[in-house]
Design a protein. Structure first.
Length: 318
């Protein structure tokens, strides 16, 4: 009935309040109209709207949560992937470092074995023992005993040095002195030698690489003063310069150029081993430290360019 009245008389207006819960009647132009059905219908529409709005909000929040969860999962996957990649890189790097370290150790052992074989030269050992034997035959047992003691000490020092990376400077000086004494015993009229040590050096506590100097002294004898007319001289100097240990081996022999010519004439297939092994070992030692060991070889000449000998200078950071 309320809806019919609304259709017939469009000019009539109905006023009601949805906030109040009681029924309100409005009289317009003498016609009493009921507002309850309209209020109910609009309330239902409002309720449906609110329900739909809540559904849309719930759906939107659900999608946002799904997107957020997806992003979190992606972030986790990315994080785990980066951690896995980092672990793989670290493990691979450790493997490479370990392999290089093992390879370096193997090379170092091989070089030390080569150096030991070069120092334990069969000709040197045989000639030294032969010289000692001749001294005994010549009825000079005291001299023979003295040099036999030096020989045994030299062999022991060389064997000890072959297994040690660093040795006290005093031990290196002792090895060099015994070696020079035995060589002079073999070639009594070929050279004299002198070992000079800076008093500022603490030879007992200062450590240097083992078997680093002796091959250059061997070269001074075998390729320098040995072929010189008359008696030669060999000087071995240990000096301190700032934070460096400077070791010099100087001879007044025939020089490297003439020695190489004589060597090629006498032994065409000869290959110099000691110096090459020392330089190879030097590269191995320098890989382990920031401050490098250096070796400088100088051909000494006079004002006219004539050879006066050879100077080998080894510089070791201490």
């Amino acid at each position: 009935m309320c809806s019919d009245v609304g259709k017939r008389k469009k000019e009539r207006k109905f006023f009601f309040s949805s906030r109040r819960r009681h029924t309100r009647y409005i009289s317009v132009t003498g016609v009493q109209t009921c507002a309850l059905p309209i209020y109910t219908e609009m309330k239902e529409i409002a309720a449906r709207y609110e329900t739909e709005e809540k559904d849309r909000q719930i759906e939107l929040l659900s999608k946002e949560n799904e997107l957020r969860n997806l992003q979190v999962r992606q972030s986790r996957f990315f994080l785990f992937g980066m951690i896995g990649l980092a672990v793989f890189i670290i493990v691979f790097a450790m493997f490479i470092v370990r392999q290089n370290r093992m390879k370096s150790q193997q090379q170092n052992v091989l070089i030390r074995q080569k150096l030991l074989r070069s120092q334990m030269n069969p000709h040197f050992i045989f000639n030294s023992l032969a010289s000692i034997q001749n001294t005994i035959i010549s009825n000079n047992p005291e001299k023979a005993t003295r040099y036999l003691a030096r020989f045994s000490k030299l062999v022991r020092n060389i064997l000890d040095s072959s297994v040690a990376e660093l040795i006290p400077l005093e031990e290196e000086i002792s090895t060099i002195e015994n070696y020079l004494e035995l060589q002079k015993f073999r070639f009594p009229d070929k050279f004299d030698f002198k070992i000079e040590t800076d008093p500022e050096l603490d030879t007992d506590s200062l450590l240097i690489p083992a078997m680093l100097v002796q091959p250059f002294i061997e070269n001074s004898i075998e390729h320098g003063v040995k072929h010189k007319e008359g008696k030669g001289n060999i000087r071995v100097r240990f000096k301190k310069k700032d934070d460096l240990l400077v070791i010099e081996v100087e001879d007044d022999g025939i020089g490297r150029e003439k020695a190489q010519v004589l060597l090629m004439e006498q032994e065409k297939d000869h290959k110099s081993l000691s110096t090459g092994i020392i330089l190879e070992r030097l590269k191995m030692l320098n890989r382990k430290q920031k401050r490098k060991i250096t070796i400088e070889i100088t051909d000494l000449v006079d004002s006219n360019g004539n050879p006066l000998g050879t100077l080998v200078r080894t510089t070791i950071p201490v």
